[in-house]
Write a protein that binds this ligand. Sequence first.
Ligand code: TXA
Ligand code: MG
Length: 311
Amino acid sequence: MIVSLPKAISLIKSGHVVAMPTETVYGLAAEAFNANAVRKTFDVKERPADNPLIVHISSLNQLAFLATTIPDDFYTLAQAFWPGPLTFVLHKKNEVPDIVTGGLETVAVRMPDHPIPLALIKATGPLTAPSANKSGKPSPTKASHVEKDYNGEIPVLDGGASEIGLESTVLDLTVQPYTILRQGKISADELADVLPKHQISVRAETDQLKKSPGTKYTHYKPDAKVHWLNPEDSHTDTNGYYILHSDRNCSFKKIFQYSGDFHALASDLYDHFRTADYLNTQNIYIESLPSDEIHRMIAPLRDRINRALGS
Ligand code: TXA
Ligand code: MG
């Protein structure tokens, strides 16, 4: 059910879970310092308890309650990229409930670049918010996606379609070199531009399993089977859902041609996954992507699509 901002504020303050828009994807918000409210988030999402949540803040002052031994580089990066699609992993304060961090000694923090969550958090204080999908499914990028996932049972703040469409970059500042645990719109190159003396590493998939607990679980998967479509592959599945880079002539019924607009592909990818399921499509074919240097969204897109492959 869609709710107003005042209603969402009072629901959150009384320990409920409310879905909120952000510029990346919709999140399932709860009071970060209310362990019972946070527990409800894990329950409704059916999320494994060892997969920690990101705490969302609306001002840097709120960080004092969450993180400790914060490096100066954090402030340099926050100045450049906040509010925005960049999450920092920092050493946590003891007061942060263990359920938020899945028992880790670190906490992930982000200031979203969207007026609705900023107004909400200003009124409620820091909010945990995992992506608002059921565990393992594609993240919601529209209020209607959340309504569908939870049969209208979760209150939703409607902020329209998420502009970016892929989850934030997660950067671990508790290790040297600073390490990207999850790729997103903010790339390693952009981070390195702001911190010229530092090397920023991108965690290899196998190491990620250990470091960022969330990455070991199935993610972003629609019910349909997702395949890469290579130029040499024949593509004759008349019932398939095709997501094509190019504008070539095609007679497929279900097709999205994004003409090399990778921002558009990122913002619409999960919506296409969901539409394919809604149409009962068995297979989704995605034309292989050009190299990462061509566009900043290609690396995070490749990552999400690779995780969604297969059935
Ligand atoms: O864009 C986003 O980040 C969205 C919006 C709603 O802000 N949120 C989001 O949350 O994607 P979630 O829970 O779906 O993904 C958070 C990721 C998970 O992979 C989790 O394991 C990782 O961040 N994470 C959270 N806390 C961490 C920590 N202390 N150390 C390492 N990884 C952490
Ligand atoms: Mg998620």
